[in-house]
Write a new protein. Structure first.
Length: 188
């Protein structure tokens, strides 16, 4: 049984930055621990780089300023990393409608935000009077920066927005992004 309404495809970025930070910190702590342990086995004493800070920490009480500040910093870093790992990121791609007659459950067609921006810029560049175009995609919004030598900036903005909106709708983007354009007039 095929559905007439496409499923919502949610392509979101993986959380590699928080994971990389945590992995780097844990790896660094592990390497330092191994080095200190090997030094302890070889020489019979802990290295001064370990024993001096350990002695300072051992001399602190739970209510000391250093302990409270260290706890607060660790708590803030932990919460930031937890939120960064759990909170979904922005959309990095959009779903395209499949060919007519093909059930939506069998295949997902996806286009990246970079490809959407390139398509929008190429279509905007085809409009008469446009000299230069830049495009960016954020979420479900396409922003165009158009430069022209024409004094009819409002008319060009309307044609660019209409052309890009029609092209993105015809491409089958679901949901169709909102298109906006900023037109800058450049003197000859």
């Amino acid at each position: 049984m095929s559905s007439t309404r496409p499923r919502r495809l949610r392509r979101r970025p993986s959380r590699t930055v928080p994971a990389s930070i945590v992995a780097a910190v844990i790896t660094a702590l592990g390497v330092l621990t191994v080095i200190a342990a090997i030094s302890r086995l070889v020489t019979g004493t802990w290295p001064s780089q370990v024993s001096t800070p350990a002695g300072s920490v051992a001399g602190q009480t739970l209510g000391s300023t250093l302990a409270v500040v260290a706890t607060a910093v660790a708590l803030v870093v932990g919460v930031v990393l937890l939120v960064a790992g759990v909170k979904p990121g922005g959309f990095r791609s959009a779903q395209l409608s499949g060919p007519e007659g093909e059930p939506a459950e069998q295949t997902d067609y996806v286009i990246t935000n970079t490809a959407i921006a390139r398509l929008a810029a190429a279509e905007a560049d085809r409009v008469d009077g446009v000299d230069k175009v830049g495009a960016s995609v954020a979420g479900r919004r396409v922003r165009l920066r158009v430069t022209t030598t024409s004094e009819q900036a409002d008319e060009i903005r309307g044609r660019v927005v209409r052309q890009v909106t029609d092209t993105l709708s015809a491409a089958g983007l679901h949901p169709a992004p909102r298109v906006s354009a900023t037109v800058t007039t450049k003197d000859i």
